[in-house]
Design a protein around this ligand. Sequence first.
Ligand SMILES: *[C@@H]1O[C@H](CO)[C@@H](O)[C@H](O)[C@H]1NC(C)=O
Ligand SMILES: *[C@@H]1O[C@H](CO)[C@@H](O)[C@H](O)[C@H]1NC(C)=O
Length: 744
Amino acid sequence: MKLSSLLSQIGYFAALSCASVVESESVEQATQSPAASAYWFENVKRTGGTTFRNVKEYGAKGDGVTDDTAAIQKAIAGRGGGGGFFSTTRNLVYFPAGTYVVSSGLKASSWSVFQGDPINRPVIKASAGFSGTVLLRGSVGASSGLADFFRTVKDLVFDTTAVPSSKSLAIILWSLSQGSQIQNVLFKMAPGAGATGHIGIQSVGANSPTFLNDLEFQGGHIGMSISDTQYQFKTMVFKGCTIGIKVNQMLVGTGQNLHFDGVGTGVDSTATGTAHFNLIDSTAKNTKVVFSGAGSAVNTVALQNVKVDATTVRIGGASSLTGSVAAGQTWLKGGKYAAGAAGKSVSPGELIPTPRGANLVDSTGAFVTVVPPTYKEFTVDQVINVKESGARGDGTSDDTAAIQAAVTAAAAKGSLLFFPFGTYIISDTIKVPKNSRLVGEAWTQLRATGAKFGSIGSPRPMIKIGEPGDVGLAQMSTFILDIKSSCPGLKLLEINMAGTKPGDVGFYDIHFPLNQGGVIAKSAGCTSAGNCPSVHVSVHMTPTSSVYWENTWVSDAGGSQSKTANGGGFLVESQGGTWINGLGSEHSAMYQIAIHKAKGVYLGVMQSESAYWQVQTKAAVFNPGSWASALLPGEPNFSWCATGDGSCRVGLYQYVTDSTDVHLYSGGFWNFPCASPTCQTHATVYANNTKLFVWGQGVINSVNMIAEQRGGAVTAAVPRTANVGSNFNGLTPSVLAAYLRQSA
Ligand SMILES: *[C@@H]1O[C@H](CO)[C@@H](O)[C@H](O)[C@H]1NC(C)=O
Ligand SMILES: *[C@@H]1O[C@H](CO)[C@@H](O)[C@H](O)[C@H]1NC(C)=O
């Protein structure tokens, strides 16, 4: 019997029985391990899964002396599925509190999670004689991670202070794309030495991730050395690094709530592979230069609410700005489309008033940020395991009734509802009431199927958060929501609730990678995606909702092989303030995000690609196609396109209508399979908005970056040809620093 299956059978009571059966050396760990921490996640009863691996049960001591390299690698090895888009197995490598000495590099498997005890974050410490140049290789490949997804590192401390500061050493190599996240991690590094030294996080090649958050970097040559297509960096402290963030390649990026203390250069964006960077709600003290840019016409920057002491913004080697940028102001360098003006002008570096609505900001005027919940304040007896209510999570049993019973019971008691990793089949709406906290592990899968979700005219949610007007708490963490069969009448997630404070209604690490791995059988009549609708919309936030999001990815397999179409990605009608951090939304047929009659929306970064089948094959069925008779409020009807104009009817990345107080940062919009810069007519359409601010948009292969709609017609507002940027990975993007024409 394999150790893993033995452990899973023994489950929660692993301690003593595990020790007596497995190996005698486990006795000591067993008495330390589950008893050592009060963290519920370490001690919760797990039934029938082999996903969770406590490194101490693989022989790691965590005593600060023993070399634990081999034991930790043993816990990692050989698990996590085949990688790529889809896997049915996962590997959650858990570190109890302790100091784990490693003498050479660790290597992640695909679909793996490295998690520590957040009550007392474990330390992974490189020995003085550490060999190699990477401590944890988080990505499976060494270079491009464009097809490497779903990896997490959280609640840990990495310490390389014992390693000579002159040694080139990356703590985490992170060449990864969507679904990846490093969160609540402290990097303690030896101080930088000249041109080399330690790097906290390094990515190389081309990758398409969206989010890193709640990190601290102490010492080191570079905090993060980044080579990615887009990114949002949220809540980070850099102390004593030579360079905080070195941007080697990035089309658009947002740094939010960054704090530089005693740093040489905060953000070094001087490499030619960078286009636009937004630095917002940040501070710098005792720091030479807060932002350094390249200075060419195609390298642009926006700073908002950046408080500094004597620190300077430097563009192209020259000092461009000294002093702070107040809350309510933007310092902009780059191309802009100003309120009340037709056409483009170029800001050489100027201040622009930028009001933010009261429901989006904290008392300092910064956009609200929330620390993602670990629920470390809960004890294990306050946790309900959904399998105890009869849910199977086996990918075939219908778990609808069992999950609903558990959700209702957990809310009544105020308990955490834990879903051990598995695939839970759901055939009707699960109603999630106030006082709900649903937690998965290594992306527990909730999978919709069945006739209840089949009616295209009356879409029905799989997971319904609250009823219209509800105010309370509802949170989900670490799930994949997807489908087992075509469900043209399905909304995967509908949110009606608002919180009493931001984050009370919160979704953390929730993903919608639909149709991956051939999950949906192609039916005989499916000749092109246009006539095979599958999901109406992944996420619908109704007018009474107010929602906080971190790190989410909506995706249809989308390739030319895909014979199904999802209608929309995110549909936002929230009027109570909504924050979307680290969004990837791609391959839906009609739109990747639609924002309609919303009040107060913050979007930190958004990555999108068009549906491949639309631009590659110019499908015979055009938008809005099958959805024409079933459009929800705010969904585009494409009435501005000629019948049969396949380029005009490609799905929009953003469709923003009749909304106010909307702040869209760092849009990275990619049309890969199209070989021409003109195979999609409109990237985005904006209509009839007020206080709409767009900061940083990079678009590949669209005629118009932004078009404006009036009634049934649209006109081009921001054409590609006026905003052509420089070579980016062999592609020629158009890049815009600011769109302010609907900001009045
Ligand atoms: C613009 O939005 C306002 C406010 O939502 C609405 O009253 C008006 O009808 C809209 N106008 C058009 C032309 O859509
Ligand atoms: C399409 O939607 C626009 C509003 O966005 C509306 O003015 C127009 O009448 C609609 N056209 C059709 C054919 O429904």
